[in-house]
Structure formats: C-alpha cells, structure tokens
Design a protein around this ligand. Structure first.
Ligand SMILES: Cc1ncc(COP(=O)(O)O)c(C=O)c1O
Length: 457
C-alpha cells in the first residue's frame, strides 16, 4: 500500500511550499526544537482522513491530538458553528446565553454521579488548573497527588501534576504536588504478577503515601481514568473504586481527568462508567466538540459547587463558555447521540481494533502488549518479548530513537498517520470510522511492524 494519490484539486505543490515557508518563518511550534522540525503542510481533512498539497492522503490514526472523535468536517457541527457565527459570534461569560446553557445541560446529563454544574474553559490544562483550585479552596488543604505516567496539560499547575518527561523543564518542585505510582501490570512498579496483586499493591502504596504525607494536607488526588498519552493503561478492576473509598475516608477530593478519555473515546460517554466510579470533579475538553472550536471544562459535584454558593469563586476566563465553542459542543453531542458514535467506538474496540491488534501482536515479535478499549489502543513495542525491553529507551531522542522513527516513516509510507510516544504507537482514530477504514489502518500497521521487527533481538 502507498499513500492514496488524491486527484486534483488537492494537489497544489506551489501553495504547499508557500504555506510551509510562512510556517517556518513565523510559526513557533509546541514541544519542538524549532530548527529541527519539518511540519507537513496540510491542505484539507474530512472524516478520518487528511491530505497534503502533493496529493497524498493519510488515514489519521491520531485524531489530531486524540480529539476529533467525530472525524473532520462533520457537516452538522460545521453548520452549527456557521449558524452561531451569524446569530451571536461571542458574548461575555457573565451572561446567560442559550447555547452555553444548553451545552452545560447536555454535558451535565452525561457525566457520572451528581456532577451537575459546568465551569467552562478553553481547553484541558485550564480545566485541570481550575479543578486543582476548586479542590484546594473546598478542602482548605494545599497538596494535590498525581500519578507518574500521566499528562495533565502544559500550564503551571497542570504541568507540575504531569508525571512524564514533559514536566521536567517546568518542574518548580514547589507546586504542592505529591506523585505516586498508579497500576500498570505490564511494567509493574510493584513487581506484581497478576491484576489482583497489582491492584492491591497500588492501593496500599497510595494509602502509605497519604499516611506519610499527612491526610489532612491533601486536597485532591487527580488521575486520568484511563491514562492516555502515557500509555493507555486500563486500570485493573477494583483500583478506581479503591481510590474512591480512600478519598472518602480522608475527605480528599477525587478528580478524574477525562480530557482524552471522555466523550466516547473508550466506548462510553466517560471512562469512569466502565469502573462504576463517580469523581467529585471531572475535567474534559477535546471530544466535547471534537476540537472544532477550543473548549474544555470542569464538571462539579453538588457539594463542591455549594462551597461557592455564597462565597465567590476566585477564577475566570474571558472566553469561558464561548458561544461558538458551545454551539459546536451542542451539535457534536446531538450528532454523537443520533449517530450512535459512543456505541460505534465500543463496537470498534470489541470487534475490530481489539481483535485485529491482538492478531498483529501474535505475528510480530516487536509487539510486547496490546491494551485499550473502544477507539483507544496502545501497542507497546519491545526489543524482546521475553524481557519486555522497550524498543527504544525511555524518552529516547536522536539515534537512540531510530527504531520508532523507522516505524513511523513506514506507517506514513503506507498511508497511515501514526500516534507515537516513546516506544508506543497508539491506535486512536475517530470513534466513528468504518470497519473498512479500521482494517485499512491495521494493514498499514502490519506493514510498518515488519520494519519494527527488524530491531528485535
Ligand atoms: C488527560 C489530559 N489532560 C489534560 C490535557 C491538556 O489539554 P490541553 O492540551 O487542551 O490543554 C491533555 C492533553 O492531551 C490530556 O490528555
């Protein structure tokens, strides 16, 4: 398979070169050494695909940054944004606006437990910042506990709560953060041999950490319900209910970060549903409107909301609940409901991606583990299945990262745009891709894994 040659009008290399030149001259990109990157100039996108100016079309197995849960250019959402722009493009956050009220109602109806009030932000990191602020003010305690192998955003508190190397350069070592190990059986921090052991030891470790930190100093525990960028580690049964019980016992606020896992990604509106747990605060963004207009937020329990009934909440954003973003959320949630996008993600995981990826793991020595659910899957690539040595070292760059770079290049050559993080590739396409599209992705993975296999020992 080669990248699909998309016929004109998309092939326009001259415009592509101009777009690229202006980007290189003036755009400062996230997370990058600016002189070492070569961003692809993208001409358009639709559904599960996007294409460049040279006529190459790619199946997007990244959903952007895991946010286009309904794919690109969904006509109903595009129309809703256009309609809202014509009617009321913007209005300040202190007013009651129809689409803002409706978006909040639709979100609150779908969140677990009694999370009935929505504080809108422009994205995930701001949601985490505000959840931390709410928890601290509600409890009067300073510390927030977060897990290693996590990502919570790139603003000050959110990056300090993050448990992967993206934090290192911004770590202030004084943001009131205490980190702990969450369960991950394949690379168990507790040397456990099965899920029950991993769960029990992870909970004991959490309790011990709380005991030695002083429970009265801990405002909140924040966890990604299913950690995303750090590796899609589905928690063992019992872990999240166990954390909930510990939080209740010590008066600690439980924050579940569903910025990536929420809005259908795992085959449920929110991943917490799979584990029968309701948090006190839930952060969301991305899939809430598939990122068509920036939007995030915190869903707040009745008890925490009551803290701010008579006492002002000391936080806000100029664009909180922006009408264009809220109109996009309303249209997205309705389209997801009517087109059964959540059910389709569950079906995809159970019947197509799960079995297809496991079948690849059987045939390819470079696939150490397949894990995930819904449209949320990780392939943990290894040099050796027995030792589980990662295909590239933790946080590798340059020559040390060559095997993953070769795997990525092979995916692109086969028409698939891959999500790659360290030694993993994640299969995180739009939740509504067809079975045929998913199988096209699996075939591209198959070809690219043959390249990864060459680095196994
Ligand atoms: C779990 C989680 N929390 C927070 C964030 C930060 O969101 P944003 O990039 O919108 O600030 C992300 C982004 O990937 C995420 O995956």
């Amino acid at each position: 398979m080669t990248p699909h040659a998309d016929p004109a009008p998309h092939a326009d290399p001259e415009t592509g070169a101009a777009v690229k030149a202006a980007d290189r001259a003036h755009v400062f990109h996230s997370w990058s050494a600016q002189g070492l990157i070569d961003p692809l100039a993208v001409a358009g996108a639709e559904g599960a695909y996007f294409w460049d100016y040279d006529g190459n079309r790619y199946l997007d197995f990244t959903s952007g940054l895991v946010y286009t849960n309904i794919g690109y250019q969904h006509p109903r959402v595009v129309a809703a944004i256009q309609e809202q722009a014509a009617r009321m493009t913007t209005f300040a956050p202190a007013f009651a606006i129809d689409v803002r009220s409706e978006a909040a109602r639709l979100i609150a109806e779908r969140t677990p437990g009694d999370l009935d009030k929505i504080f809108f932000t422009n994205g995930g990191a701001e949601a985490v910042e505000n959840a931390a602020r709410m928890a601290r003010l509600h409890t009067g305690r300073p510390k927030i506990m977060s897990a290693y192998r996590s990502y919570h955003g790139a603003t000050s508190t959110a990056i300090n709560l993050t448990g992967d190397p993206r934090r290192w350069a911004s770590d202030t070592a004084s943001a009131g953060v205490v980190r702990f190990w969450a369960p991950f059986l394949y690379r168990s921090p507790f040397h456990a041999e099965n899920e029950a052991q991993e769960c029990e030891r992870a909970l004991r470790h959490l309790e011990d950490t709380i005991a030695f930190e002083g429970p009265q100093s801990i405002a909140a525990i924040i966890l990604e319900t299913v950690p995303g960028t750090a590796g899609i580690m589905t928690p063992p049964p019992g872990y999240l209910p166990g954390v909930r019980e510990i939080c209740d016992r010590y008066g600690i606020v439980l924050v579940l970060d569903e910025v990536m896992a929420g809005f259908g990604r795992t085959g449920a509106w929110f991943a917490a549903e799979h584990y029968g747990v309701a948090p006190d605060l839930l952060t969301f963004a991305k899939g809430v409107n598939s990122g068509y207009v920036p939007l995030g937020g915190v869903a707040i329990s009745a008890e925490i909301a009551a803290t701010f009934d008579k006492r002002p909440y000391p936080g806000g954003l100029t664009y909180s609940g922006h009408p264009l973003a809220c109109a996009a959320a309303v249209a997205t949630i309705r389209a997801m409901e009517e087109e059964k996008v959540v059910e389709r993600a569950a079906h995809l995981g159970e019947h197509v991606l799960g079995p297809g990826l496991r079948e690849l793991a059987e045939r390819h020595p470079s696939v150490g583990e397949v894990r995930g659910l819904g449209a949320f899957w990780a392939l943990d690539l290894v040099r050796n299945k027995e030792t589980r040595e990662p295909l590239v070292p933790y946080n590798a760059t340059g020559e040390a990262n060559a095997p993953m770079a070769a795997f990525g290049a092979a995916c692109k050559k086969n028409g698939l745009w891959p999500f790659i993080n360290m030694n993993r590739t994640h299969a995180v396409p739009a939740c509504n891709i067809t079975e045929a599209e998913a199988k096209e992705g699996l075939a591209a993975f198959d070809a690219a894994l043959a390249v990864a296999d060459e680095y196994t020992v």
